[in-house]
Design a protein around this ligand. Structure first.
Ligand code: FAD
Length: 363
């Protein structure tokens, strides 16, 4: 007897969960979503992400474990499948102690501290000597990371799932339990995996009040600065961020950004965009020709995405709603890619638990 599963949501959380579930030939999977890869919409966070691996989970937390467990999978995909749109890139991280209490400083607290847990996970970790730091920086580090071209990677995940027989369907659901009746077989699904991100705040049967947006505004440019850079904060406001990353396979360079909690504005703010570009050139003058300012940037587009932040961390747990077995996997804030495989592995284990299956799904 096959196990029939509906994955609700086709962002990085839904697609990674479907990818792992699809490795088991006994699983018959339908992915159901309002938005699919190729769409750009304020209700769909995944396409807007950088996306890179810069771990932020507090040591000893589930979040820490999910990020730790994601690195080997991302590394393996990067090495084995160049067509997935991920490449290795050095990351340089700077910390200013004065950012400790700000929204961005707290978000980056684990990332920027000296001797972080992830030094044993990523390759080539090293502390930067004082001589390589600007006077305003208190400490810094460098390590090998990855940068994901989301416009290539999300469709690659769709392709991997499709190859294993997963069926993709568009639908907008009002209630999470309705997903069980939308399996492509026409038979009621044994389990629903809820990967609806920030929309779980409004989805019937879930309505999670702990969810909030952390608005991220970006500028995508054709200029290439080399390594990725992240800084604990800026002097332009405590929810304005500074990070730069060049995506694999011609995906352009993302200049970020902001981390504006409770801000739902879908439109780019021109003043903020100016500050983002100025800060990027200040920290990485190699972005433009000598003597140039923001006029030296070749802009592809401006963008805004809402990070699906959740007080207390992501919800990866089992539930039962209107007699439907549900596994939740949402609320991944600004770390949905870098925790994707760890969270999806936990979600798969919960699906196996609620459907009474023996564990077997592996990458
Ligand atoms: P989403 O991508 O929002 O997907 C939700 C899915 O559910 C969609 O398919 C949607 O259509 C569907 N859905 C919702 N409601 C319904 C409904 N009622 N019926 C049917 N379908 C529904 N993370 C990193 O790891 N590294 C980074 O460098 C990084 N950078 C980021 C930069 C920015 C500017 C932003 C905005 C985010 C960044 N993130 C990063 C965070 C990351 O993008 C998110 O954590 C992640 O995309 C969340 O994915 P998700 O699949 O949970 O949600």
């Amino acid at each position: 007897m096959p196990t029939r599963i509906v994955v609700l949501g086709a962002g990085v959380s839904g697609l990674t969960t479907a990818y792992l579930l699809s490795q088991d030939p006994d699983n018959e999977i339908t992915v159901l979503a309002k938005h699919m890869p190729g769409d750009y919409d304020i209700e769909y966070a995944s396409p807007w992400a950088g996306a890179n691996y810069m771990p932020v989970g507090k040591k000893g937390s589930h979040h820490h474990a999910w990020e730790r467990d994601t690195w080997p999978a991302l590394q393996e995909i990067t090495e084995k499948y160049p067509e997935a749109g991920i490449h290795f890139l050095d990351a340089i991280i700077y910390n200013r102690k004065k950012d400790q209490e700000t929204a961005t400083g707290q978000w980056f607290a684990e990332l920027v501290q000296p001797n972080p847990w992830y030094k044993d996970v990523v390759p080539d970790f090293r502390e930067l000597p004082q001589s390589q730091l600007r006077p305003e920086m208190d400490n810094g580090q460098q390590f090998r990371s990855v940068c994901i071209n989301t416009a290539v990677y999300l469709p690659w995940l769709v392709g991997q799932c499709t190859k294993k027989g997963t069926v993709f369907k568009r639908a907008v659901l009002k209630h999470v339990a309705d997903a069980a009746n939308a399996h492509h077989s026409g038979i009621k699904a044994d389990a629903v995996v809820n990967c609806t991100g920030l929309s779980s705040k409004f989805l019937g049967g879930v309505c999670d009040e702990k969810l909030l947006p952390a608005r991220g505004q970006i500028v995508v440019v054709r200029n290439d600065p080399g390594p990725m850079i992240g800084v604990s904060g800026t002097d332009d406001g405590e929810d304005e961020a500074l990070y730069i990353m060049t995506r694999a396979a011609g995906g352009g360079t993302i200049l970020g950004g902001s981390y504006q909690k409770h801000n739902w504005d879908p439109l780019p703010d021109a003043n903020l965009a100016n500050r983002i570009m100025k800060r990027a050139i200040d920290i990485a003058p190699q972005l433009v020709k000598e003597g140039q300012g923001i006029e030296g940037l070749d802009i592809i587009r401006h963008g805004v995405g809402l990070r699906p932040l959740r007080e207390g961390g992501p919800r990866v747990e089992k539930d039962e709603v209107a007699r439907v077995k549900v596994v939740h996997n949402y609320g991944h804030g600004g770390f949905g890619y870098q925790a994707s495989f760890g969270c999806a592995q936990s979600a798969v284990a919960l699906v196996e638990e609620v459907t009474g299956k023996k564990p077997r799904a592996k990458l």
